[in-house]
Design a protein around this ligand. Structure first.
Ligand SMILES: Cc1ncc(COP(=O)(O)O)c(C=O)c1O
Length: 388
């Protein structure tokens, strides 16, 4: 039996080696600092957890949901008005099981085999997987140090723009930690109109943004809702990664097509999860703001710490990730990560896992408190890895 040719589009799990090593070192009782995975160590509020417990006690809530409840759709509309000053309507909203799943399937809504899609290089891996599942060819627009880790649409060749079906934009960025400016979004909207390209903005980190900057919505920009929409995840703002709640919010025809595709394979989000969404979206903002300050303290502990031990790092302005160039003498980000875990017990993610333009960097996730991050930095220093 032969598996489908589609499966050949996905590489082997090259990072299994790193994971295996981690498991082995853990087994040996080695002290490890795991800064590799972007799962918040913060917890959802008691009110949100109670909402799930209450909803779970109602036997009616265990049936197929079959739809996004009017209550949840209204909660999303209210949140967008209150938080982002953006007016949206229920026909613009489709729930999905996390932005990961949503973006993974959206390529099939927008593309045919052989179409081109524009993706950030480096990018969150599901952007690539979603394009490949649809049979499309990714074309990576550089998000490199030279352009401030921001998209520059004027650098996309005309013939590429002409054949592109959609473009994924995601700011604040995973993995680079860069944040947008109004100018960047305006240029992207103009570009999308000129070449009839759908824009999918992945807005996972609107609440994790530093140094007094304010997170926002792509839909707040004039013309944005005519060219596409955004995925808005509850995972990071509300520490709800496990329950899988996100929404596509955007142009009604795209929302309708996405709903139609999802309708082929899905009977709707678990009703207690929909109640969790309502509870989270109506949370007072204090906790989210406090949490963001905690992330900033972690960022400062890491970036200041790395600079102090002679590993140059720049302060990211948003997201829960710090993107750092590997010391020059290492052959690859994977090679460096394997040595870092071995010699310092510090685990981070090789840049190569974020697509072809990620090589030469590693990504640290800010998922430990500042004191432990400081200890991790100390372990890096004592390992001597920076000296070779
Ligand atoms: C840019 C980006 N998009 C989406 C996700 C996943 O979000 P969700 O939990 O809603 O699938 C992540 C998670 O790390 C992310 O960094």
């Amino acid at each position: 039996m032969q598996f489908s040719k589609r499966m050949d589009r996905f590489g082997d799990e090259v990072f299994a080696a790193l994971n295996e090593r981690k498991i082995e070192l853990e087994r040996q009782g080695r002290k490890l600092y795991n800064l590799s995975i972007g799962t918040p160590d913060f917890v959802p509020s008691a009110r949100v957890r109670q909402a799930l417990a209450d909803a779970a006690m109602d036997p009616e809530n265990w049936k197929y949901a079959l739809r996004d409840t009017p209550e949840m759709l209204q909660a999303v509309c209210d949140y967008y008005r209150r938080r982002f000053s953006v007016e949206i309507t229920p026909d613009m909203i489709v729930s999905c099981y996390g932005s990961q799943e949503g973006i993974g399937h959206m390529g099939m809504v927008l593309c045919d085999e052989g179409d081109t899609v524009l993706l950030p290089g480096p990018c969150y891996p599901v952007f690539i997987a979603g394009a490949k599942m649809a049979g499309a060819e990714p074309w990576y627009y550089p998000m490199t140090r030279e352009n401030g880790f921001l998209p520059n649409v004027s650098g996309i060749p005309e013939e590429v723009a002409r054949r592109a079906k959609y473009m994924v934009v995601s700011l604040p960025s995973n993995p680079t930690g860069s944040v947008s400016t109004p100018e960047v979004y305006r240029e992207i909207i103009e570009f999308a109109k000129k070449y009839d390209i759908v824009i999918l903005h992945d807005n996972a980190y609107s609440d994790i943004i530093y140094d007094g900057l304010e997170g926002g919505s792509f839909l707040a920009y004039p013309g944005a809702r005519d060219v596409g929409g955004e995925f808005f995840s509850l995972s990071k703002s509300f520490n709800l990664t496990g329950i899988r709640i996100s929404f596509f919010i955007g142009r009604p025809d795209i929302a309708a097509a996405f709903r139609r595709l999802r309708g082929q394979i899905d009977f709707g989000m678990f009703l207690p999860a929909q109640r969790v969404a309502v509870a989270a979206l109506s949370e007072p903002r204090e906790q989210v703001i406090r949490q963001c300050a905690d992330y900033q303290a972690r960022r400062d502990a890491l970036v200041d710490g790395l600079n102090a031990i002679g590993w140059p790092a720049e302060k990211n302005r948003g997201s829960m990730f710090v993107w750092v160039a590997i010391p020059p003498r290492y052959a690859s980000s994977m090679d460096f990560c394997l040595q870092l875990i071995e010699r310092a017990g510090v685990i981070c993610t090789p840049g190569a896992s974020f697509g072809p333009m990620g090589e030469g960097y590693v990504r640290f996730a800010l998922v430990l408190p500042p004191q432990q991050i400081a200890q991790a930095v100390q372990a890096v220093r004592e390992s001597g890895i920076l000296e070779g």
